[in-house]
Design a protein around this ligand. Structure first.
Ligand SMILES: [Zn+2]
Length: 353
């Protein structure tokens, strides 16, 4: 009977987390404070036994063949919360008979541990294909990096998913990473787009408006296709790619201020108009050459941008300035070890970024 009840509860609300014991609301079919051990056959891949349980934690003893997504579905109400169990135990493959700690409450939203805090790396690519420039990553190397992220259970997040973490309200998996690509080269469509699709990952593409439709640049049709696919978020990287912190020779204060406004406003208006069918909304900005000053930040803020990214290397803690996020460049001559070294997901307390 309990098995049927559990199944019914999970089938009815696959994404609603099961409230922790004692919270009451909406828990009609969920176990009370001391649930009876679930008999075998409740959920394939989660046939183990709940050995003990408090409001915060449960001890779950896996059966042979149990898997974390199914255990998360049974215990937390959502298979996609498997990372909470993985992070709490430091493993992804449960072993039959070896007890697991199941955190029934969300982890600390700011990713703080006694001696360290969580940081989310944002990777920055430019071009893909052949050639000697270090700005070009070969398709083979890019795919090797994506395969490594997948094998090592990284969650590739959308940049917009960082917002809740930066507001200190949304916990993220320990192994979180964001992929971004700058400028809008045509090779993004040829190489990066199919590779990202293959691995089920997403990325943010920052294009500068004047580059679209040029010889090496992406066409509007390609941008439309990638945006509609849901794989690529398209965001702004200025209009002309001028360095926003350097005033041109003879450029008056007023002309500089006007130019900055145009560099911020124009790409948003253009992208949202030309890619309206894909529902593109521009709220993120990558500074050309990674450079911004107080004046640029004030304009972005006034214009309603949520996120700005630099090329200052390192991961991003919850207290990072959302308009000055760090990004780590991935160059063509980086091998897999160089790549791994750039995935900073935790920083010891007291250390510099
Ligand atoms: Zn650029």
């Amino acid at each position: 009977m309990t098995a049927l009840l559990l199944l019914a509860a999970c089938a009815g609300s696959p994404h609603a987390p099961v409230p922790a014991s004692g919270t009451g609301s909406g828990a009609a079919a969920t176990p009370p404070d001391d649930p009876p051990p679930a008999p075998p056959g409740a959920i394939a891949g989660a046939n183990g036994r709940v050995a003990g349980r408090s409001a915060q934690l449960a001890i779950y003893v896996p059966a042979a063949g149990d898997r974390l997504p199914e255990i998360a579905r049974r215990m937390l109400g959502d298979a996609a919360l498997d990372w909470r169990i993985a992070d709490a135990n430091g493993l992804w493959e449960p072993e039959a008979g070896v007890p697991l700690l199941v955190p029934l409450q969300p982890p600390h939203p700011m990713g703080i541990a006694p001696d360290s805090y969580q940081t989310v790396p944002i990777l920055c690519y430019h071009r893909f294909g052949g050639g000697q420039s270090k700005m070009i990553v070969s398709p083979e190397r890019f795919e090797e990096q994506l395969a490594w992220l997948q094998r090592n259970r990284y969650r590739v997040l959308r940049l917009s998913e960082l917002q809740g973490f930066l507001d200190a309200r949304q916990p993220l998996p320990e192994r979180s990473v964001v992929i971004t690509i700058d400028d809008g080269y045509e090779t993004v469509h040829r190489h990066a787009f199919p590779a990202l699709k293959k691995y089920g990952f997403t990325a943010t593409l920052f294009v500068y408006a004047d580059f679209v439709g040029s010889r090496d640049g992406l066409s509007w049709a390609q941008l439309q296709e990638m945006a509609s696919s849901g794989v690529i978020d398209i965001q702004a990287h200025s209009r002309t790619h001028r360095n926003l912190v350097q005033r041109r020779e003879g450029e008056s204060e007023a002309a500089y201020a006007q130019s900055l406004l145009d560099e911020v406003r124009h790409p948003r208006a253009l992208l949202e108009r030309r890619l309206a069918e894909a529902g593109v909304k521009v709220t993120q900005f990558a500074y050309p050459f990674g450079d911004a000053n107080e004046q640029v930040l004030q304009i972005l803020q006034r214009e309603g941008y949520d996120i700005g990214v630099t090329v200052n290397p390192g991961g991003n803690a919850f207290f990072a300035h959302p308009l000055m996020l760090r990004r780590t460049m991935i160059f063509g001559d980086h091998d897999l070890n160089d790549f791994k070294a750039r995935l900073q997901t935790r920083r010891p307390v007291g250390s510099r970024p």
